[in-house]
Design a protein around this ligand. Structure first.
Ligand SMILES: [Zn+2]
Length: 335
């Protein structure tokens, strides 16, 4: 793992964390921010490995092969708790709610001495999904955690969390990678040229998402469906939009994913209206994007993008999903 901790991109972040681990100058808590699929969790796990590897290649550089490294990689380490929103069956659920009991449980285990490693690590995924009680409990944990405990959090943006939590963390704002870096990575993984180019663009510079697009054909199919839905919905009568909104809002996670896909599409439309030189994300939809862009003015395109962004924010604040979906679709321009 000598080379950038075996990570694609985020060199500045690896460099900083490597220094912290090598010098034994580790912060109490780190917050990894950025959109899903960017590498937040992977980077957090690499830091946990750098701290707990028993056969480091050099100070702060984990081997990736020892028992601790492997257990951390698979999130099955006895001294590491992974906490995230769950569904009723106890399976990780994006768009779910992280609850106070989950934080309390961790609080207890952090207070114990590590069982096999140097540090006890608590990894909180998508902490923006924590409810108020859970967030307040974490605050207490942050204040009381012993020296052998490290807290790692991921979230889309720091603004979604309590300022009192954020101020106690070292914040790493991860940025999208250049499309060309993703494309090279996909080529190295044996993806053919045309597909690598398309998927790299669609990924919007998120390596994790790009790999998911490669590994799981349904991710790309779902995107295709959602973009087709968008095309159908634009000229559709109100009653059809209501029906679609009703169906969409049944599953918050699906709704979130759909809005993210639509958002990347509408951003492309907006960029085309503004005649920006930025390359499109949805290059396979070039024709329709140009068509839409030719019929809209910039303020309309900008408004649609803004509406999609604020819908995502309101979903995080538990505003009624069906209402949000209805308002969103009814406000789309008729084209
Ligand atoms: Zn190791």
């Amino acid at each position: 793992m000598t080379d950038n901790w075996n990570m694609l991109g985020h060199e500045w972040a690896v460099d900083m964390l490597h220094q912290h681990a090598a010098r034994g100058d580790v912060r109490h808590a780190y917050l990894f921010c950025g959109p899903p699929g960017l590498g937040r969790r992977t980077l957090a796990l690499r830091l946990a490995q750098a701290l707990n590897c028993t056969k480091p290649i050099a100070a702060g550089i984990p081997c990736g092969h020892c028992r601790d490294c492997k257990q951390i990689e698979s999130m099955q380490h006895p001294d590491m708790n992974v906490i995230q929103a769950m569904d009723a069956d106890g399976l990780p659920k994006e768009g779910g709610t992280l609850k106070v009991d989950q934080v309390r449980e961790v609080q207890h285990s952090l207070s114990l001495k590590p069982y096999q490693a140097k540090y006890r690590v608590a990894l909180f995924l998508r902490f923006q999904e924590a409810n108020d009680n859970a967030a307040n409990a974490l605050l207490k944990t942050l204040e009381e955690a012993p020296a052998h405990a490290i807290l790692l959090l991921t979230a889309d943006t720091p603004e979604q969390l309590l300022p009192t939590i954020v101020s106690r963390c070292e914040i790493l704002r991860l940025r999208a990678l250049p499309v060309s870096a993703i494309e090279s990575d996909l080529l190295e993984r044996g993806v053919d040229e045309e597909r690598a180019r398309l998927l790299a663009h669609i990924s919007g510079g998120r390596p994790g998402y790009a790999r998911r697009l490669v590994d799981d054909a349904t991710v790309l199919e779902r995107r295709e469906e959602r973009l087709n839905d968008l095309q159908t919905l634009l000229p559709a009568p109100r009653v059809e939009k209501f029906a679609y909104a009703d169906k969409l809002s049944k599953d918050k996670d699906v709704m979130r994913q759909t809005i993210l896909i639509w958002l990347s599409y509408w951003r492309d439309v907006m960029l085309r209206v503004a005649q920006a030189a930025t390359p499109l994300v949805n290059i396979d939809r070039n024709m329709e994007i140009e068509f839409l862009a030719g019929r809209l003015n910039l303020s309309t395109a900008r408004r649609v993008v803004g509406d999609l962004e604020s819908t995502l924010e309101k979903m995080d604040k538990n505003v009624n999903s069906r209402l949000l979906a209805e308002v969103l679709l009814l406000d789309w321009p008729k084209v």
